[in-house]
Design a protein around this ligand. Sequence first.
Ligand SMILES: [Zn+2]
Ligand SMILES: [Zn+2]
Length: 478
Amino acid sequence: MGRKKKFKPRIFLAPKGMHDILPEEQKYWERVRHMTRTLFSFYNFGRIDTPHIEETELFLQSVGQDTDIVEKEMYSFITTGGDELTLRPEGTAPVIRAYLQNGFVNRSHPVKLYYFGSYFRHESPQRGRFREFNQTGLEIIGDENAVADAEIMHIFSILLKELGISDYVFHVNSVGCKDCRPHYRSLLLQYYRPKAKGLCRDCKRRLKQNPLRLLDCKEEKCQVYKANAPQLLDNLCEACKKHFTMLLEFLDEGQIPYALDMHLVRGLDYYTRTVFEVFVNAEPKPNQKPEVEEIAMREPEEGEEEKAGAKAEEMKPEPVIEKVPEEKPMSLKGIAIASGGRYDNLVQLLGGRPTPAVGGAIGLERLVYVMKMLRVKTGSSSKNKVFFVQLGDFAKKKSFKLLEEMRDAGISVGESLGRDSIKSQLKIADKSQAEYSLILGQKEAIDNTIIIREMSSGIQEIIPRDRIIDMLKKKLKK
Ligand SMILES: [Zn+2]
Ligand SMILES: [Zn+2]
């Protein structure tokens, strides 16, 4: 190691592709958390939290060694003790690992679980992809009926609607089972082999390792081959055909908007039968400016630094950050907001008994982005109707007690305790659109009184300190 390096103070940025969730965004996240919690538990899913790190082999075995995730995108490392570990790139394999480890096998089936957390993939951070991203997902383990597949999609559909997102479509396909897929695979190879020269580099590799993923190629030169390739749906076995037909009947019945997508295969090896992706049309509503902040690192808007607290006044201007990475505004065109499918072989692959299962996950950064784009109401108004203004050390000392009384009474109140000038505090009160200000100065603190000021009229009254809570309650009820 040698001598320790001496560092100069500098401004640090979050690692590329990772982001902060700021206070002003939390109302969206809170709404999503609340909605998923109520909806998922209504449908009898139990929450499960698994570690952020798992044995690397878990993902090699489940997601598949020839997939993009395993080949290029996993954050894997070896500990000093020699353990090979990986930051979880997806949620299903860890849940199945936990299902097997914790004896869920012996509970009554189906076992229904949901998760909510962050996942890690080393992707190129563009177009709505983050390297640390949040997902919530559902798994139904031990049910082979198509109604389970439909239930996952139905719940996702309700969630989107409840969050105010109405323009969405489920792309669905069936990738067959271990009985019919080998046959289809050989048909695909027969078709593609003579055309190998014309394929892109990735597809040449797929031809050898994972032919099904040829259908997933986005390269221009491969599209013409893709269009004429034999189709999965034409080559399903009877059982898979029946399963898929049932699913579509459930979707029709549930009025879930869907489209058949013959080329949908998904990037993970463990899928069998149903696969789906959900796309949202997130054009901002006409005549409405979307409430979207394009990049996290930006200049404070006018007046914003004032809100950041009193210290800002005395602070020198922020040092200019050079070379802030240019992040393009997110576009969800062609990017799924949710996805999932059936994975009937996974439990067995991970050492359990053959157990059919199905699941799906929603990308929460994308979901929140759409909510902002569509100016979805979050239900929580964070506006404080009352603003507390204080002057002098004695009044400051009395402030916490008063604020606690207001909290007990359920009155939300804005404050700027760090500020000393009444004028600047009233300016903030005005900006925050509070209806009333409470002013506690040196004199009032000694006399045990407080001034209440109606912000719209500027009319002030002096009130005995012990009557202020009741009075505010009455005034705010009107
Ligand atoms: Zn089949
Ligand atoms: Zn290709």
